[in-house]
Design a protein around this ligand. Sequence first.
Ligand code: ADP
Ligand code: TYD
Length: 218
Amino acid sequence: MEHKEQKTAAKDGGGKFFALEGIDGSGKSTQIRYLTEKLMEKGISCYTTMEPTDSPIGSLIHQIMTGRIKTDNKVIAALFVADRLDHLLNDIDGIVPKIEKGVTVITDRYYFSSYAYHSVDMPMEWVIQANEQCERVLKPTATIFIDVDVDTAIERIAKNRFHRELFEKKSRLVKVREKYLEAFERLKEKERIIFVDGNQTPEKIAEDIWERVQKYFL
Ligand code: ADP
Ligand code: TYD
């Protein structure tokens, strides 16, 4: 499949492409459920997906993240790029073929996750350049950033999962949130970003997202 030109989803009657972003525990999966339901009520056919994916590359990433395989941070960042390109282009359930068929795709994380998480340990410029091919292939119709206080996110995570190193997790998430804000500021002219206050009830956040999606992107 050739992708010579930079694409933004939703051209020529294709589907739209929404990317949900936020720190761990920000409520992305919850909001994806609400958004998908609302889009489907409007008769829009939707496909939801996430990164890292469950492809062989995604499975390698999971093994690295759980400590079963050790490697350098640059290698991890590069694997996320490879996983993302496969997520976009593979013939079986790739995002691009779906959008070309008119399906609206909603993903839990896309390249802003890389910009935020990997630039804690390496220059953001490097991460942005490494993702350039992904950006050329497909830019989101909109990136929806659920901004939540780190303490709130940690409380939500702690309620549901077993975490031994919550303190470490907290200091890292504080940095990741800062990096997200830095990346949005840096790319605000090139990308369409919806910011929502993720400290509210799930229903109120869903309303805020839907109001903006309907008004500007449908
Ligand atoms: P993420 O996908 O960003 O990790 P989730 O949607 O899985 O986040 O939410 C993490 C946890 O917080 C879940 O248990 C979810 O039920 C809960 N949660 C999500 N949104 C809210 C909210 N607005 N207020 C309180 N709890 C929430
Ligand atoms: P996951 O368990 O799916 O977390 P969440 O429910 O919060 O999305 O793990 C995804 C983790 O991978 C999360 O901590 C962010 C990280 N990540 C990166 O470091 N780089 C990336 O490019 C992506 C997509 C995710």
